[in-house]
Design a protein around this ligand. Structure first.
Ligand code: HEM
Length: 225
């Protein structure tokens, strides 16, 4: 309980849950790049995941709890930060630390909205029922046709635009968040400072270019059915 009642404790929870979420987005990206292999790549990958049955549900619950904790503590830390900041500035200017925390809450809330939309889109097939996997015939090997669902979705310009824009927020969130994670564990000091900044930006860039390459190559007609 001590962990959740002090600012340091809350920062540790943010760092640990943040690391789990970054690991998820890296693994998810790796899985999604199987779309470049074609239906035999991503359909086989999706079937492999669905065949895990109850394990998928245990994983989903753990991820939901992780995401929930990250959001609740993130909001709480931002509110604490705001309360500790004098409201009347002689010159209305945010300090570097405040700017970082304010931009983290904005990019974080955009990502929350994206994840809700994304699950409605690809997992629950609510937003584009006409091209959802449950409506499409299964492929030749009776696997849900995730490949067609992804390609037909991203062929819609507006859908691709929403994903690309959201990935820019993912980049902003991770490039600062990963740095904060390293700082919480004391790795962001002295000579390691420039390296930490570069590593954080590097991880965020891999996520940005990795994810946006999917809608961009589909819109460009390079990946197609
Ligand atoms: C181009 C970008 C992306 C593509 C093509 C993509 C693809 C997919 C697909 C096809 C599914 C459904 C899997 C299935 O039910 O078989 C899915 C689920 C999901 N994706 Fe993504 N994704 C992308 C980006 C992201 C990002 C950036 C995040 C997190 C910030 C994310 C988080 C999730 C989550 C939480 C689920 C639900 C997993 C579940 O059903 O248990 N995705 N994604």
């Amino acid at each position: 309980m001590q962990l959740t009642q002090s600012t340091v404790g809350r920062k540790i929870v943010m760092a640990v849950t943040g690391l789990i979420l970054i690991s998820f987005v890296l693994v998810h990206l790796l899985g999604n790049t199987s779309v470049f292999v074609g239906p035999d790549g991503i359909n086989a990958y999706a079937k492999g995941l669905h065949d895990l049955g109850p394990i998928v549900w245990i994983f989903r619950l753990v991820m939901l709890a992780t995401f929930g904790l990250h959001i609740i503590f993130g909001i709480q830390l931002t509110l604490e930060n705001r309360a500790a900041t004098p409201s009347s500035y002689a010159v209305k200017k945010l300090s570097r630390a405040n700017f970082a925390s304010e931009s983290m809450i904005i990019s974080g809330l955009v990502l929350l909205a994206f994840v809700v939309y994304h699950i409605l889109h690809f997992t629950m097939h609510v937003t584009n029922p006409e091209i959802s996997a449950s409506q499409l015939p299964v492929d030749a090997l009776s696997r849900p046709d995730v490949f067609s669902m992804v390609v037909l979705s991203f062929q819609k310009f507006i859908v691709s635009l929403v994903y690309v824009a959201s990935m820019v927020f993912l980049f902003l969130h991770v490039s600062h968040g990963f740095q904060s994670f390293l700082q919480t564990f004391g790795l962001n000091n002295g000579p390691s400072l420039p390296v930490v900044g570069k590593v954080s930006k590097g991880v965020a860039l891999v996520l940005l270019f990795g994810y946006i390459s999917i809608p961009i190559l589909i819109i460009a007609g390079i990946v197609k059915i």
